[in-house]
Design a protein around this ligand. Sequence first.
Ligand SMILES: [Zn+2]
Length: 194
Amino acid sequence: MMDISSDEEEENMVNCITMQQLQAFGKDFIQKRVSVQCTVKRLEEKSTWYYANCAKCKIEVFREAGRYKCTNCKRTIPHPDKRFRVSTICTDKTGSIGIIFPDSQVRRIIQKTVFDIQAEYNEEPLEEPFPDILRQLHHKDYIVTLLLSEENIINGSTVYEATEVDNAIEKTADFSPGNQILDKVTPNMLEDTP
Ligand SMILES: [Zn+2]
């Protein structure tokens, strides 16, 4: 993944544009960052929520006959590093786009790593369920910094990589933190104080 965080990049950043304005950027904006304010309307629970990478060369590794293999190092990786990559659909009043939430941001929000989640399984399931704890992203408002790719600008892809995910102004009736527990409680179980 790209690592850009120089001051120069900060100055070039375009803040708080709408989904509709996103469509209008030309070639000059490839690899530039813009921010959008949006709501996580959907979590793509059928997509994989993490990926494995080779600790040596960092490329993504896949399972072949039960073992992770790095096609670059040409070796089996017995214990690959695992990182979050959570696919969402985010919406503002002008439209919707796909946004991939990266490992660093998901870790900061949920305060867990992929291994923390996997450590809770008694045995490794064949098909890993979408973890409950990730559902706390759902319906939240965020200010998301997107890194515009060639795919986005030249090919019109509407799936964007996020580099930063910050809380937007707190919504009312949001009992954070610890809301993953409260999510399991239906609203009328919470007594209104008169
Ligand atoms: Zn490798």
